[in-house]
Ligand binder design. Sequence first.
Ligand code: NDP
Length: 337
Amino acid sequence: NKQVVLKNFVEGFPKETDMEVKTSSISLKVEEGSNAVVVKNLYLSCDPYMRNRMTFSENPEFASYIKGSPIQGYGVGKVVNSGHPEFKKGDLVWGTTGWEEYSLIKNPQVLFKIHHTDVPLSYYTGILGMPGITAWAGFYEICTPKKGEYVYISAASGAVGQLVGQFAKLMGCYVVGSAGSKEKVELLKNKFGFDDAFNYKEEKDLNAALKRCFPEGIDIYFENVGGKMLDAVLLNMRVRGRIAACGMISQYNLTQPEGVYNLMNVVYKRIRIEGILVFDFFHQYSKFSETVLPLIRAGKVVYVEDIAEGLENAPGALVGLFSGRNVGKQVVVVAKE
Ligand code: NDP
């Protein structure tokens, strides 16, 4: 059983060498009377939050990975053996699994059954998985959007951002995104239908860039980045604007977080900033998938993935999130069905 294990706890930027590919043996049998299932992993998801679990922490709410054990994350797999009444051999599932060829999942509550296979299976790591629910709940529930509003999304071409932008367009909003390369900016405008987009790495003054894109200000900011970007956005929010605080990736590798200086704007402009944690919305998965599947089938929402082949390339794919190497949702293919 080939596995990607955590070799060192990480400080600063993660490196490929903080992980290592190893081989160990695993029994594909499930013990008599056990509820466990054994899953053959097909696709693994690279997600920014995984960086936080690579740092040593004693917080039981957000446990760190165990050194020498496989990295845990979201993935898509096929059940090869099951002691659980709700799962049987051959079922396709998505949920929390290990970065390895086969995983013994002792607590199958972390798994969702896949009922629709007329869309790519890898989508259950992205548009139909955790990032998809994040974008859907974050936009519709936290941002309380209205037609015609001005929406700004940072890290806009990624797993979450590309969807938020398309949901906002479907709602009839004016949508601008930022991303870190020319290629990503083109994708935002030409593939995802954003009204405008800019490469934040080429802007000397983020405040000026936002003023140029939003002369009348921003009603909704979908926050993926934090730091200097959040500070510039605060200067450009409109009265009664909303900020969905989804993530702050620019801060994850800093030993000392950057300060945010323009918070008084929250007072002057009566801005609502609300955090979102996707776990709060997993119980709405059926409602979410019933909304999004028809949009995918009708071509009203598209999804761009960046596929890395093989477990050997998984550490590089994960680390690449922090330099923006991924174009779209970063997926690792472990095996084809
Ligand atoms: P992405 O697919 O967007 O990948 C990460 C992207 O972030 C990179 O491609 C890069 O794009 C950008 N990035 C990396 N470092 C920086 C930096 N220092 N400054 C600015 N941008 C940077 O990831 P996701 O869509 O999966 O996640 C987006 C955000 O949503 C993250 O903050 C993540 O933690 C958060 N999240 C939160 C959840 C929740 O429940 N709250 C659930 C899921 C995600 P670029 O080239 O544009 O710089």
